[in-house]
Design a protein. Structure first.
Length: 125
């Protein structure tokens, strides 16, 4: 589900893999690009920024064992934020993107679509 241009994913969309990994976020030319949320099947979640299909910029990764704010460069985790001010700044940035009107409308449509096809809603709060 999502926006397409010239037969490529462009704009907000969802991609679901056969093993149930999911990405909810922005695409440019078929690549994850901009803000997005990625869910692994083991319960791990990444919220943050992407460039050319890879985690790039600030983000937050969590599961039952970790809860970590950091910075990624071309898909590699390059810095863990330990300072509370740094963590709060990243959280504000991510929360601001999640509160963006375009993203909020996208998520409403996601939940409607998931309900129609009978799959569980994923918490994107």
């Amino acid at each position: 589900m999502g926006l397409w241009n010239n037969n490529k994913m462009n704009g907000y969309g969802i991609f679901c893999w056969p093993d149930n990994k999911r990405y909810y976020g922005h695409y440019t030319n078929n690549n994850k690009d901009g803000f997005g949320i990625f869910y692994w099947t083991d319960g791990k979640k990444f919220e943050g920024f992407w460039k050319n299909g890879k985690q790039h910029g600030f983000g937050f990764i969590c599961n039952s064992k970790i809860n970590e704010y950091g910075e990624w460069y071309e898909g590699k985790h390059v810095k863990t934020m330990t300072d509370e001010n740094e963590k709060n700044n990243i959280k504000k940035c991510i929360d601001g993107k999640k509160d963006d009107n375009e993203f909020v409308e996208f998520i409403k449509n996601v939940h409607k679509y998931e309900k129609e096809i009978g799959i569980d809603n994923i918490d994107i709060s």
